[in-house]
Design a protein around this ligand. Structure first.
Ligand SMILES: *Cc1c(COP(=O)(O)O)cnc(C)c1O
Length: 375
């Protein structure tokens, strides 16, 4: 990568750096030993998240992966219990610890493009009366749904799912790594989105821009048990208030910026659509359902892979003179691939400004047009 380039990193909303006000808060935070429950900043953050989600209690953990793992450990307390989830969900595709460390039997239900799955399919999969089978204890849903393209999960669907789950004694967990994106897009408070779920995890380090941390929320009893597992997994952190302080600022200051990220994702999608290229399709960007993620699908059975596209986006070629900025710089766009090799993913976030957006679009248009022409 040339040092003469401007680099716009759209791989994930995890790449954001802490803002000045986050750093300031980290320096001045009141601290204590959180394993003793004595860090006032951690306690304040946990109380704040519990309040925002309208749950009895909350627990700061190092990552979203640990939050979901702990939820599985608490809910699936019987040995060999089963967790149901969508087959495109993060817990299914990316969180092997639920099987490895929690010993939970994980079954993926076929995800629909909107991030949901058929409720009939869910109910049919609930099992436990037959000695040959594991006992279904938990279902995990994801909102927004990352690999389905940052989709907001419909509230009526969550409500219906939770009614079935209750009837069948199955606990509902929501992986809300991007719950605030969903809440901003719907214009409804996060507590409304979390209402029908027994437990919820949220990430402070995605769209909200904090450097580290996720929070798990639920009943007091659930959180008391979660705290034990957090310690067991090595997630008990001492003066964690330095992290919680940034998380507090993220909750207070970053949320309003999420709609801006969504608008920019829609803008990028429109600009790609307008090129009318046969090689690329922008996955359904119904404005009411999509948020800060753009998926560009590579059509046909040819040898164009998402890797080829992302590598080209990260390269400034000789032919890009027409693409140079006023400063005479080349443009590098970092994108990532959905784990299917035929979808390129752009994620908008806090650290992208108008200048970056304009140049990113220019580069994306150039590269997609070039690949389409040479196919
Ligand atoms: C990022 C992510 C996680 C995991 O969070 P980490 O902090 O990276 O461990 C879980 N679920 C979803 C939907 C995510 O996007």
């Amino acid at each position: 990568m040339s040092t003469q380039s401007i680099v716009i990193d759209l791989r994930s909303d995890t790449v954001t750096k802490p803002t000045e006000s986050m750093k300031e808060a980290m320096i001045t935070a009141s601290l204590g030993d959180d394993v003793f429950g004595e860090d006032p900043t951690v306690n304040a953050l946990q109380a704040k998240v519990a309040d925002i989600l309208d749950k009895e209690a909350a627990l700061l953990v190092p990552s979203g992966t640990m939050a979901n793992l702990i939820a599985a450990m608490v809910h699936c307390f019987k040995r060999g219990s089963e967790m149901l989830c969508g087959d495109q969900s993060h817990v299914f595709k990316r969180e092997g610890g639920i099987a490895d460390l929690a010993g939970v039997y994980v079954t993926g239900l076929k995800n629909l493009p909107d991030g949901t799955f058929e409720l009939d399919d869910f109910e049919k999969h609930v099992r436990g009366s037959d000695d040959h089978e594991p006992i279904t204890m938990m279902v995990s849903i994801e909102n927004t749904h990352s690999y389905c393209g940052g989709k907001v999960i419909p509230l009526e669907w969550i409500q219906k799912l939770s009614e079935i789950a209750k009837k069948r004694s199955v606990v509902v967990h929501m992986d809300g790594a991007r719950l605030f994106n969903a809440s901003e897009q719907l214009g409804l408070p996060p507590s409304r989105l979390a209402r029908d779920c027994d437990s919820v995890s949220i990430c402070l380090s995605k769209g909200l821009g904090a450097p580290v941390g996720s929070v798990l929320a639920g009943t007091r009893r659930f959180i008391d048990q979660a705290r034990r597992y957090r310690k067991m997994l090595g997630g008990g952190m001492r003066q964690a208030g330095v992290l919680a302080a940034a998380g507090m600022v993220a909750l207070e200051e970053s949320v309003p910026f999420l709609s801006r990220d969504h608008g920019r994702a829609h803008y990028i999608a429109e600009q790609i659509k307008n090129l009318k290229l046969s090689t690329f399709t922008v996955e359904d960007m119904d404005a009411s359902q999509t948020t800060n993620i753009v998926h560009v699908k590579i059509n046909g059975k040819g040898d164009i892979t998402s890797r080829k596209v992302t590598e080209r986006l990260a390269l400034v070629s000789q032919s890009e003179t027409s693409c140079k900025t006023a400063d005479g710089l080349g443009i590098v766009v970092l994108a990532s691939a959905k784990p299917d090799s035929k979808t390129v993913r752009f994620v908008l976030h806090h650290d992208v400004n108008d200048y970056d957006l304009k140049h990113a679009v220019k580069k994306i248009q150039l590269v997609l047009t070039e690949i389409d022409k040479n196919k």
